[in-house]
Write a protein that binds this ligand. Structure first.
Ligand SMILES: NC(=O)c1ccc[n+]([C@@H]2O[C@H](COP(=O)([O-])OP(=O)(O)OC[C@H]3O[C@@H](n4cnc5c(N)ncnc54)[C@H](OP(=O)(O)O)[C@@H]3O)[C@@H](O)[C@H]2O)c1
Length: 344
């Protein structure tokens, strides 16, 4: 017997990707329902070769749903996740709403799949931020080998990480630059076309942004609370694919060659690291791909036991939809959930 899966936020960037990935991976679903806001009532979304008609979250009865994949923002998750759990479904949430709750596991299956079993306390599992997921996939095997002390990361985050309206804004602004019109900024605080914005999410009291704080808190929760991390998160005029320039300081010695070998056999990682023009991966190439790509691995001689590298991944896939579906697969393969008996 297969599962009934509800996708909340099915018209969004992440929700649409979820529907595509459920189909690609032949997820054992007997039924998939697409849910969004009232604005999208009746809108058609693709699920492989099939078309699903969107229904409204407000009036949906979750009593025979087994798994709910949510990607409709924190406010919707805060209100709806407990109600959906009360109806008997497990919620895998993409927003930041539950990530820091001690009773909610924050899971990247390649790194801390065992933590998924902790979902029973609240019935919710959280999916990390789109920059944290690929970072911890790359850090985990290196941490196991040489213990990470400190990480310094600068991100180059695509506009799709801010939702579908943000992608439309980059497109419209780019067009207006070529037609000599004044680009209009609504979603971003400054023009994003042919520009960079060193500010994602709100500012905190210490001068860091919430996006930067999330990378610190989430890396500690998923990988190791002892790891010190500092981040600068930057929005760039790229449609899909987040990139990260990462400097890592280890407790024990590790060479670039050793790191390359370790990462080559690590789950979820793909090393493309030829020291020649084009011998590295860019965000354009990672769009639509599942792997966390690692390039430019080299020793950082400014610290003892230091490495530098370049990480790229599709933020809508490993950074969001793919990771959520891998969590659902993990719940099934570890027999942590069972499909409910459905009315005939
Ligand atoms: N994009 C990423 O890389 C990424 C990565 C990790 C996590 N996330 C998180 O995933 C969530 C969705 O991101 P996104 O990029 O897919 O955003 P998006 O493209 O703006 O889509 C938002 C989705 O939420 C739905 N929604 C909004 N308000 C709703 C309501 N009151 N009831 C039901 N559905 C509602 C929208 O439906 P309508 O079309 O009907 O408005 C739409 O389907 C956010 O929490 C985001 O932080 C995103």
């Amino acid at each position: 017997m297969g599962y009934k899966v509800a996708v909340v936020g099915a018209t969004g960037n992440v929700g649409r990707e979820m529907l595509g990935i459920l189909d690609e991976r032949s997820f054992p679903a007997d039924e998939v329902v697409a849910l969004a806001s009232r604005r999208s009532q009746g809108i058609e979304v693709s699920y492989g070769d099939r078309t699903l008609r969107c229904r409204t979250l407000d009036h949906y009865d979750f009593s025979d749903v087994d798994i709910c994949l949510m990607s409709a923002g924190s406010a919707v998750s805060k209100e709806w996740a407990p109600r959906i759990v009360a109806a008997g479904a497990v919620v895998i949430d993409n927003s930041s709403c539950w990530r820091y709750d001690a009773d909610v596991p924050l899971v990247v299956p390649e790194v801390n799949a065992d933590a998924a079993a902790g979902f029973r306390k609240k019935g919710i599992i959280a999916n990390p931020n789109c920059s944290t997921a690929p970072l911890v996939v790359a850090l985990k095997p290196l941490h196991d080998h040489a213990r990470i002390k400190r990480v310094v990361v600068a991100t180059y985050q695509s506009v799709s990480g801010a939702g579908k309206e943000a992608m439309d804004e980059l497109f419209a602004q780019t067009k207006s630059v070529f037609t000599l019109e004044e680009p209009e900024s609504k979603k971003f605080p400054k023009r994003i076309a042919f520009n960079l914005i060193p500010h994602i999410d709100v500012f905190m009291e210490d001068g860091y942004t919430k996006e930067e704080w999330k990378m610190v808190a989430e890396t500690k929760k998923i990988l190791d609370p002892k790891i010190k991390l500092t981040a600068t998160c930057v929005r760039v005029p790229v449609f899909i694919g987040h990139s990260e320039a990462v400097n890592i300081e280890f407790e024990q010695p590790i060479t670039a060659d050793e790191a390359r070998d370790i990462l080559r056999s690590a789950p979820g990682c793909l090393v493309i690291d030829k020291r020649e023009p084009g011998g590295y991966v860019t965000p354009y190439e990672c769009a639509g791909e599942d792997a966390t790509y690692i390039s430019r691995i080299r020793e950082d001689a400014t610290v003892e036991n230091g490495l530098a590298m370049w990480i790229v991944s599709d933020n809508l896939r490993k950074g969001a939809a793919l990771n959520a579906i891998q969590i659902a697969e993990c719940l099934i393969s570890r027999k942590l959930i069972q499909a409910k008996k459905k009315a005939a």
